[in-house]
Ligand binder design. Structure first.
Ligand code: MRU
Length: 356
């Protein structure tokens, strides 16, 4: 997708290094950063220079290729794989990508190992791009259906950033929106700010602006009243891990939005590539929910009048804060899962139909 009119993907390999868009600097600075070592990749995932389940997976895959480039000793590769998997706990794509890389590299100790690792990392990213494009083609059908009845601007509410910046390209939740816009369907997006890290305001609104899609940032608590007023036609969110029973783990606050949608008969869709399905965990209580540093709540960052980035404390000095990063929306509140293979019911049977 575009930034300043120029097409980008979120990650690519160039001159022996992995290039990423440093998302901690957006929306105020557009900085391309180079990752040279597996530790650089681990750090980029931890501090969220890259984030969003599919992009975390792509970065981990390239991270493992960087490990091979540094030292192709099997013990080093094994240790690097373990550290990559531990860099963030909730998005399943991370382990999925590392496991796939390890399987691909198993038993290879020839000169070819680096090119095999780089090819596989690129393949993971290319596939994700294709999956997200197909999610858009499938999700477009839902938007078209609503538009054919309404014949007026479609208002979509989204939470966090499940946009192209969270994937390799297109995004998951945003892909149907981009496809609808390209088709000429008038569309407007309510963008949840998504405290504490403001992925909605800083990333989703930014990328929609760059693609010239009308959008309005709202405080995380505003969605409910907009739904009561009939100003939301549908919600589409992404996910970090979806269970085989259709329960959806996503950015904190998704659950409350799903409850409000349910109460107001607003369709609530979740868009995901199959790499985000966890086929092993059966009970959502077993999903590891990341708890991040409470400073993300107590401090806020922005630019001052001199265009300098500043971080300031906004809470009382003595207050404690708790920063859970994800929650789980039970399948019963989800209207459908938009996947690369089609739209499915969020249930064991629904998932089995398209993913045997
Ligand atoms: O903490 P983040 O920014 O990595 O969380 C991202 C989300 O929760 C996204 O909604 C999810 O990963 C889907 S991205 C296509």
């Amino acid at each position: 997708m575009k930034i300043d009119g120029k097409e980008y993907r979120t990650i690519w390999f160039e001159n022996n290094g992995v290039k990423i868009i440093d998302q901690t600097k957006l929306p105020h600075r557009f900085v391309i950063k180079e990752l040279k070592t597996v530790n650089d990749a681990i750090n980029a995932i931890k501090v969220m220079e890259v984030r969003g389940a599919p992009l975390i997976g792509g970065t981990a895959a390239y991270g493992l290729a960087l490990a091979v480039q540094e030292n192709n000793d099997p013990e080093f590769i094994k240790k690097s794989a373990k550290e990559l998997i531990q860099s963030r706990p909730t998005a399943i794509n991370l382990k999925w990508a590392v496991d796939r890389m390890i399987k691909k590299l198993a038993g290879i100790n020839s000169d070819q190992i680096l090119s095999i690792a780089l090819n596989e990392a690129k393949k993971i990213c290319d596939e994700d791009e294709k999956f997200c494009e197909n999610i858009g083609i499938n999700g477009l059908k839902i938007i078209e259906e609503i538009y054919n009845k309404k014949k007026d601007t479609i208002n979509v509410l989204t939470h966090c950033n499940a946009g192209w910046l969270a994937t390799i390209n297109w995004g998951t939740a945003t892909s149907p929106i981009y496809h609808a816009h390209k088709k000429g369907i008038p569309i407007h997006v309510w963008v949840d700010e998504t405290r504490p890290r403001n992925q909605g305001a800083n990333l989703t609104s930014y990328e929609l602006n760059e693609e010239e899609i009308p959008n309005t940032i709202i405080a995380d608590n505003t969605g409910g009243i907009l739904m009561q007023r009939g100003e939301v036609d549908m919600c589409i969110v992404g996910t970090d891990r979806t269970l085989s029973n259709g329960d959806v783990c996503n950015k904190i606050g998704t659950y409350l939005k799903a409850l409000a949608a349910y109460d107001n008969n607003v369709p609530f869709y979740v868009a995901l590539p199959s790499s985000t399905i966890d086929w092993d965990i059966k009970d959502s209580k077993d999903i590891p929910i990341e708890e991040r540093n409470s400073e993300e709540l107590s401090h806020i960052e922005g630019i001052d009048e001199n265009n300098q980035i500043k971080k300031i404390l906004i809470y009382p000095n003595k207050s404690k804060a708790m920063n859970l990063a994800f929650d789980v929306t039970p399948a019963k509140y989800v209207t459908g899962l938009i996947t690369e293979r089609g739209i499915i019911e969020p249930s064991v049977d629904g998932l089995k139909k398209l993913f045997k």
